[in-house]
Write a protein that binds this ligand. Structure first.
Ligand code: GLU
Length: 515
């Protein structure tokens, strides 16, 4: 017999994200959360956040906060959840234990589950035997066959029972997966499974079904790792005479090496992308394209556009590859699209963390006397200066974190000189070129890129040198490196005092102390 159970799907759409707060948020979790969120937002539905925190030892409030933070960072909001409440609360499994008890009683009463008194040792022995015989392990059913007297005997030995589901024999569970199409599972391949441990704690498959039933969840969109849980969960829906939600299983995310990303924690946490200076709009755009493509194949889409374009039938069941280089390329594109002010606002936390600007610096400039003093060893900066400096690097940096090494010579009073800059400063004839440049720049009435360029060109023509022979050492002297944004913009942003001091020092030391 094939069973499809009662399938609800339909409207109003209610979907959920149900992470365990036992660690930092994995990219895979946020990927499926994003698809659920898009599905809800595109259909005027509700997106619910709830925590599977029955593992009390490993669940931490800190990880809950981290999940909130990462979701907010990506721009994904939730309509109901442990923090905002809602009509279907509580939204933590640890606060829903009486509900699981009630549902377990119902299943016990209807004969769908039975008490199982087997000890771990007995079960391990069964498992070893199956292994020896080369059989896939299935619970042998000893306690399923116990009669009332047999149970009483077990109880009198002081054994506390787990509750085990009596899987019906000879049936096929049919699931029409939203992403994978029809999947049939013979129940004979499913072992009688435990729903409640002897200590009264519900197991995942049972608790998630009770939650989804009592929260009126209509669609369960999750990673393909959960496919094998689905028939088990369907048996529970059917036994509880509840409508099954529609299920959709999204393909795995792989690393370019084809390894499952979930296995490699190193690249897998969303917080890491934030810390490395990826923009949330780039990350969300990139993640949406893992396993989904818009009808017109466009690559750059805002979250709002993705909501408009998203449909579950364009999600593929094939695994998708998390290509870090593509994410970086996308991020660089998003950085280039920011206004200078936005770029500066977003770079500010990175500059503060690196100690280059004051923690008190805010985008609302304020009066000169309100500006925070410089951190030790740094030049005093205001928001306008920061904006100017970071805008010079806008075309070059691929992440916001790169802004720190790229711009620190603007902020530090004393700078380090790269090896090749030192070499350039020690080349023959450089001292004269620098001395002449120093004199020309000192005489500049205004410290503007055009004025500075005119002065620099005078040095070139007066000394009969090539522009490179003059500008390269000047760049080396004032930035400590040979690559920088356009030289005269850099000099203008750096300011007269620092430029002249660094040039004077390079001249007087004839580079010998510069290294
Ligand atoms: N806590 C499970 C997970 O994050 C929930 C699975 C589900 O969506 O049913 O994988």
């Amino acid at each position: 017999m094939s069973t499809k159970g009662k399938v609800r799907g339909g409207t109003p759409v209610r979907v959920r994200m149900a992470p365990s707060p036992t660690g930092p948020v994995h990219v895979g979790n946020l990927h499926t959360a994003l698809f659920n969120w898009l599905f809800a937002r595109g259909r005027g539905g509700k997106f619910v956040l709830r925590f599977e925190d029955t593992d009390r030892e490993r669940s931490e409030a800190g990880f809950e906060r981290l999940i909130f933070e990462e979701m907010r960072w990506l721009g994904l909001d939730w309509d109901e959840g442990p923090d905002v409440g809602g009509p279907y609360g509580p939204y933590r499994q640890s606060e829903r234990l009486p509900l699981y008890r009630e549902y377990a009683e119902r299943l016990l009463g209807s004969g769908h589950v039975y008490p199982c008194y087997c000890t771990q040792e007995e079960l391990d022995a069964e498992r070893r035997e199956a292994q020896k015989a080369g059989r896939a392990y299935k619970y042998g059913g000893r306690c399923r066959r116990l009669d009332r007297a047999g149970r009483a005997a077990m109880e009198s030995e002081g054994r506390a029972p787990a509750l085990r589901f009596a899987v019906p024999e000879g049936q096929v569970i049919g699931i029409d997966d939203l992403i994978r199409g029809r999947i049939d599972y013979p129940t004979d391949s499913i072992s009688d499974f435990i729903i409640v441990r002897p200590n009264g704690m519900p197991l995942y498959n049972f608790a998630v079904v009770v939650d989804d039933i009592t929260m009126d969840i209509t669609h369960v969109i999750r990673g393909e790792g959960h496919i094998s849980n689905t028939p088990v969960q369907c048996l529970l829906y059917d036994a509880l005479d509840a409508e099954r939600p529609a299920f959709g299983h999204v393909g795995h995310i792989l690393l370019p090496s084809r390894e499952k990303m979930a296995k490699r924690a190193g690249n897998a946490y969303v917080g890491m992308y934030r810390e490395q200076g990826f923009l949330p709009e780039a990350v969300v755009n990139f993640m949406a394209l893992l396993g989904w493509t818009p009808p017109d194949g466009r690559e750059f889409l805002s979250l709002r556009e993705i909501v408009r374009e998203f449909s579950i039938d364009r999600v593929t069941k094939a695994p998708s590859v998390f290509d870090h280089d593509k994410l970086t390329w996308m991020n660089a594109n998003y950085i280039r699209r920011l206004s200078e002010r936005e770029l500066a606002e977003r770079c500010l936390p990175f500059l503060k963390d690196a100690g280059l600007v004051s923690r008190d610096l805010t985008p609302d400039g304020g009066r000169e006397e309100d500006r925070p003093p410089a951190p030790p060893g740094m030049v005093r900066s205001d928001f306008a200066r920061v904006t100017w400096i970071v805008s010079l690097e806008q075309e070059r940096v691929q992440t916001l974190a790169e802004i720190v090494p790229a711009t620190e010579f603007f902020f530090r009073r004393e700078i380090d000189y790269e090896k090749n800059a030192v070499t350039a400063l020690r080349a023959p004839g450089v001292r004269d070129a620098l001395a002449k440049a120093l004199a020309e720049f000192e005489a500049c009435p205004e410290w503007l890129p055009e004025t500075l360029e005119a002065a620099g060109r005078r040095v070139v023509s007066d000394l009969g040198l090539s522009p490179k022979e003059v500008f390269q050492p000047v760049r080396a002297a004032i930035t400590g490196r040979l690559a920088s944004p356009p030289l005269f913009d850099t000099m203008a942003a750096l300011g007269r005092e620092l430029c002249l001091a660094r040039l004077a020092r390079a001249v007087s030391n004839n580079s010998s102390e510069v290294s």
